[in-house]
Every structure is written in C-alpha cells, then in structure tokens.
Design a protein around this ligand. Structure first.
Ligand SMILES: [Zn+2]
Ligand SMILES: [Zn+2]
Length: 112
C-alpha cells in the first residue's frame, strides 16, 4: 500500500475576495417579538422557507457581489414585525448565507 505524502496546505482556504471583516458580528436575536416568533415556528414558514431555498439555493447578496455561496438562511426584506402579512410572500424573501444575513441584520438592526 502506498503512503500518502502529508500535505502542508491548510484544509480550509478562504476564497479570494471573501470579506474578512467578520470579526465584529453582533447578531442580536434577543428582541424578537412573539408574533414574529410564532411565524418562525410555524410549519407554514418552514415550508415556505424550504421552497425559497429550493428556488434560490445561492446567497443573493454574494451573487450580487460576484461570489457563489450556498444560502443557509432566508431573510425577510420587509420585516415580519412590520408586515406580518408578507411573512410568507416569496417576493419578500431573500436567500442569504449566514455572514451576509448577519451583516444585513446588523445594519438595519432588527431580526427577520
Ligand atoms: Zn452571502
Ligand atoms: Zn433577516
């Protein structure tokens, strides 16, 4: 049996151009209102969310910036808290990766 030469390359190489300012993430999910939380917990939301990820499996923010990243979460453009009626509206949803989502939520300061 042949022994594989040990590689000194790190297993994880960040893709070039990937933003390096991930250090200051403060993803604050403490101030969720109960109505919004009920929507997030609902079977309907889970279904819509899965549909959205299925339709747009890539992070839409990364895509816009020329990166290809798998979406991990679904973001509400208009907050559930602001317009609960749009919680399941596909046109109001965005597929996002974790870091883009954290960045978006950090910027506008609310969950969703
Ligand atoms: Zn992204
Ligand atoms: Zn969001």
């Amino acid at each position: 049996m042949r022994r594989r030469p040990r590689s000194h390359r790190p297993k994880f190489l960040p893709p070039p151009g990937q933003a390096r300012r991930e250090g200051h993430r403060r993803y604050n999910r403490t101030r969720r209102d109960p109505d919004a939380q009920a929507i997030y917990d609902s079977a309907r939301w889970k279904r819509v969310r899965a549909l959205k990820i299925d339709a747009d499996p890539l992070c839409e923010v990364c895509e816009r910036e020329g990166r290809t990243t798998l979406a991990a979460q679904v973001h509400h453009v208009v907050k559930v808290r602001d317009e609960p009626g749009r919680a399941y509206d596909m046109a109001n949803l965005m597929s996002v990766c974790r870091s883009c989502h954290a960045r978006i939520e950090d910027r506008d300061g609310s969950g969703g």
